[in-house]
Ligand binder design. Structure first.
Ligand code: URA
Length: 209
C-alpha cells in the first residue's frame, strides 16, 4: 500500500501508552489517562511542520527571536469517539478552536446527513485537524472531510490512534494529500469492521458505556 502522507509514530511513550490501551484488562481510569497522553503526543507530532512566525521576545537576559505558531488549529472530532481525543489536544493547544458535526445515516438508504453543524469560522490560516481514534473503514471520516473541504481551510489533517490499511486507503484514494498521523497501522478489519488486533471499541472503553 502507498504509504505517502501516513505518519506512524515511533515515539516510545506513544508505543507504551498504546500497550495499555490495547490490553483488555486496563481499567477505565487508566484507559483515559493513557488515551489523553497518547493524544497529546500525537497532536504534537501532527503540528510539528505547521507554520511558525519568529516573534521578538525578551528573556531575563537578552532580546531574541523565538517561534510562535502562526496557523490557527481547529479540531473537529468524529462523533462519538473522536471527542475522547479532545482532552489531549486541548491540553497541548489551549487556543485551538473546536467544531462539531453530527452525522447520521438513514438506515434504509444508507445516505449520511448532518443533524448538527457548528464550526468556527475557517480562515486562510486555519488548519483543520479531524480526530477519529479508530480509522477503520474511514466512512464517517471521509464524509466529514468532504464537508470541511467545501469551507476551503488551508489544510486538513487527520489524527487517529489506531488505523487499518482499508481506512487509510479509502481516505487517500479521494484525498491523497491529507496527512494522517497515527500511533499504529494495524493488520486488517474483521467481518464486523473492528480493527485487528486493535483495542476494541474506543468510545465504549473511554466513556464507560
Ligand atoms: N471503532 C472502534 O471503536 N473500534 C474498532 O476496532 C473499529 C471502529
Amino acid at each position: 500500500m502507498e504509504m505517502n502522507n501516513v505518519f506512524v509514530s515511533d515515539h516510545h511513550v506513544i508505543g507504551d501508552s498504546l500497550t495499555h490501551l490495547r490490553n483488555k484488562n486496563t481499567s477505565i481510569e487508566s484507559f483515559r489517562n493513557y488515551s489523553d497522553k497518547i493524544c497529546f503526543l500525537l497532536f504534537a507530532e501532527a503540528i510539528r511542520d505547521l507554520e511558525f512566525n519568529q516573534i521578538k521576545i525578551e528573556t531575563p537576559l537578552a532580546p531574541m527571536l523565538s517561534p510562535k505558531l502562526a496557523d490557527e488549529v481547529i479540531v473537529v472530532p468524529v462523533l462519538r469517539s473522536g471527542v475522547a481525543m479532545l482532552f489531549g489536544a486541548m491540553q497541548l493547544l489551549p487556543k485551538s478552536k473546536i467544531g462539531f458535526v453530527g452525522m447520521q445515516r438513514d438506515e434504509k438508504t444508507a445516505i449520511a446527513s448532518e443533524y448538527y453543524w457548528k464550526l468556527p469560522e475557517i480562515k486562510k490560516n486555519s488548519v483543520v485537524i479531524v480526530t477519529d481514534p479508530m480509522l477503520a473503514t474511514g466512512g464517517s471520516l471521509l464524509h466529514l472531510i468532504n464537508l470541511i473541504v467545501k469551507k476551503k481551510p488551508k489544510e486538513i489533517r487527520v489524527v487517529c490512534v489506531v488505523s487499518a490499511p482499508e481506512g487509510i486507503e479509502r481516505i487517500h484514494k479521494e484525498f491523497p494529500k491529507i496527512k494522517i498521523f497515527t500511533a499504529s497501522l494495524d493488520s486488517h478489519l474483521n467481518d464486523k469492521k473492528y480493527i485487528v488486533p486493535g483495542l476494541g471499541d474506543y468510545g465504549d472503553r473511554y466513556f464507560g458505556t
